[in-house]
Design a protein around this ligand. Structure first.
Ligand SMILES: [Cu+2]
Length: 132
């Protein structure tokens, strides 16, 4: 994924990640048999992504699905600001689900206040602190 920020503007500080939605046609019948985020089927069910409570999270999301015309992404127990194509600093909508056509991209921004069985596991340590 190639990210281009708007010229002369900056988004607020956040822990950022890239998510690419795709699928696998394992029997070559031009229909997907498995759907994934970042390539590994059901990976985040057992390995939730660690995020910091109340920290702004930014996901650069791309739908690279083949064969299916659309795909969607949703959060559990939370809402997010969605910036279609990521070309503006003003969100297009505040929602808990976004439906994207093939090759569509966008940016999600959200925070989590409460722990729960999500795609994300809340921690007190941010991703940036761990990386540094
Ligand atoms: Cu779900």
């Amino acid at each position: 994924m190639y990210i281009v920020d708007p010229k002369n503007t900056t988004r607020p500080p956040a822990d950022e990640m890239v998510m690419v939605m795709n699928g696998y046609d394992t029997d070559f019948d031009t229909e997907n048999n498995f759907y994934t985020v970042k390539g590994i089927f059901n990976y985040y069910i057992h390995q939730p992504i660690e995020i910091e409570k109340d920290r702004l999270i930014r996901i650069y999301l791309a739908n690279m699905l083949e064969f299916d015309q659309i795909n969607n992404f949703h959060l559990h127990a939370n809402m997010f600001n969605f910036y279609s194509s990521g070309t503006s600093l003003t969100p297009n909508e505040y929602t808990d689900i976004v439906t994207m056509s093939q090759r569509e991209r966008g940016i999600l921004e959200f925070t989590y206040k409460y722990p729960g069985p999500y795609l994300f596991r809340l921690t007190r340590q941010s991703l940036q602190k761990k990386a540094g």
